[in-house]
Design a binder for this molecule. Structure first.
Ligand code: FAD
Length: 474
């Protein structure tokens, strides 16, 4: 009865068409990897900040919890409801307007439901670059990117989403609207509330709009694909690239041979350079952005690659001749998660370790896993420039994926995350904690840090209605 009254109230606020309770709601109720299937009381799709605030007030009064959701592409199960059938999914996708593009101050203010690719295109049409870029950009939203503090392929040069954000508008768990939409690049007036909400995965409030930084478009952008003899060589190449390209180095991705072989197998239309090269266990994708000209960019890039060939950290390399070829090379890198999914079930780890320690970590952890699981297949790729690896374990050939996961997933996770901790790294570099890794947070975060996090949650959301179980366990 109480629920029926709340639903009626929500229909009044956002319109009956935007309170979904029937039909196939799987796009909202199951996570992107389809591993978790929840059940919501309703999916509510507000069209304005005022509607979000009214929805939150109604839910708070009814003690009903809320799961904020953007594109639902998150990889840590933070945007889907639990199985109780008692939570509201608050989907922001209807809120996708540009509020202001300020060319003088290089900022753009958009609503949280704007799809990342639309934001990139809007910036490009005005002659600017919005540099956040990730494979899910066609569906993820800027609200979700802020919620998870997403990383992607340009972090090396432009930072995570946090570094790209100047201000936020947030609806608090009490339904109040905080207008923090500042375009200020400096503002040291006390605690940084903006940074508190960024990366909080919907557990402290709902981001309804954001002011983001814009950058000048580079005059030229070049991409190279290089075969390297080892992970040590890849890290040496990273050092050379930093020294010789400086701020021009905007992307540095590593891809293991097995990861690339999955792309060759499942996406035969893509031509993967050096796929057959026996002595190249890794390939690296480098991007050089240049503010002068294509000629300048090419000369610098070719000089770097000559030095790398002399050093021996590169065995062979190709530089894309044009943008179409560059996109093809990036497409190879971005197809790895899909190729992995085509191959079957796998256990994903999104970890970060200081780049210089990654070769030792990989050697150590590969050996442990090979000892623990005969026939283990390791899919290793990621943003090496940021010390961020997607260090994934594919089910051994011929084994039942579900049985393997049931029997081995916990052991594999413990082995990998313990090794990460031993090397001073993080068990979640860019995908967040969500519900999936809330138990890992308790295990790997220091008690002092946990205590402060719980105090912040208690202060902002004493009723505990914002995404309960996400980040902090219930
Ligand atoms: P959702 O999945 O809907 O939500 C993610 C989290 O943010 C949830 O906890 C949710 O409650 C919260 N949230 C959503 N909207 C709001 C809001 N308005 N206010 C407050 N909280 C909110 N991530 C990376 O960092 N780097 C990558 O390179 C990368 N590559 C990916 C590639 C693929 C193929 C896929 C599927 C995912 C990838 N991701 C990557 C993960 C994912 O795309 C990002 O986490 C993205 O930022 C999520 O955006 P979303 O709109 O889909 O958010």
């Amino acid at each position: 009865m109480k629920q029926a009254a709340l639903l009626a109230q929500l229909r009044d606020i956002v319109g009956a068409a935007h309170v979904l309770t029937d039909g196939d709601l799987s796009a909202y109720e199951q996570d992107w990897r389809k591993r978790v299937h929840g059940k919501a009381l309703a999916v509510v799709r507000p069209g304005s900040t005022q509607e979000v605030a009214a929805v939150v007030k109604a839910c708070a009064a009814a003690h009903v919890s809320i799961v904020p959701q953007g594109g639902n592409t998150g990889l840590s199960v933070g945007s889907t409801p639990d199985t109780s059938g008692e939570q509201i999914v608050l989907n922001l996708q209807r809120m996708h307007a540009v509020r202001q593009l300020d060319a003088d101050n290089l900022t753009i203010t958009v609503e949280a439901g704007m799809v990342l690719q639309t934001l990139q295109e809007t910036a490009a049409q005005a002659g600017f670059l919005f540099p956040l870029s990730l494979a899910a950009e066609g569906s993820c939203t800027i609200g979700g990117n802020l919620g998870t503090n997403a990383g992607g392929t340009q972090v090396l040069r432009y930072g995570n989403t946090r570094e790209l954000c100047l201000g936020l508008e947030v609806v608090t768990p009490q339904g109040e609207i905080w207008d923090g939409l500042s375009g200020l690049r400096k503002d040291n007036t006390g605690y940084d509330l903006r940074d508190l909400f960024i990366g909080s995965e919907g557990s402290l409030g709902i981001i309804t709009a954001a002011t983001m930084k814009l950058f000048p478009q580079p005059a030229a952008q070049l991409t190279a694909f290089a075969a390297v003899p080892s992970m040590e060589a890849a890290v040496r190449l990273l050092g050379l690239a930093h020294r010789h390209l400086a701020a021009g180095l905007t992307g540095f991705e590593v891809m293991g041979k097995f990861a690339l072989s999955l792309v060759v197998k499942h996406m035969p239309q893509l031509r993967v350079p050096f796929a057959d090269m026996a002595d190249a266990p890794y390939c690296v994708l480098l991007e050089n952005s240049d503010s002068e000209s294509e000629t300048h960019a090419r000369a610098r890039f070719e000089h770097l690659l000559e030095l790398a060939l002399e050093d021996g950290c590169v065995l062979d390399a190709v530089v894309a001749e044009n943008m179409a070829q560059a996109h093809e090379l990036w497409h190879i890198r971005e197809s790895i998660p899909l190729a992995q999914a085509e191959e079957g079930l796998n256990i994903k780890h999104d970890i970060s370790i200081q780049a210089s320690r990654i070769p030792a970590f990989v050697a150590h952890t590969d050996a442990l896993l090979q000892r623990a699981i005969p026939g283990v297949r390791l899919v290793n790729f990621g943003h090496l420039g940021d010390g961020n690896l997607h260090y994934n374990v594919q089910v051994p050939e011929g084994q039942d994926g579900k049985v393997f996961l049931q029997e081995k997933e916990d052991m594999v996770n413990t082995l990998v995350y313990d090794a990460v901790a031993q090397f001073g790294g993080s068990f979640s570099a860019e995908h967040g904690v969500g519900a999936l890794k809330a138990d890992k947070l308790v295990h790997y975060k220091s008690p002092v840090a946990l205590q402060m996090m719980r105090a912040i949650k208690q202060a902002l959301d004493p009723q505990g209605i914002m995404n309960p179980g996400c980040i902090l366990q219930r």
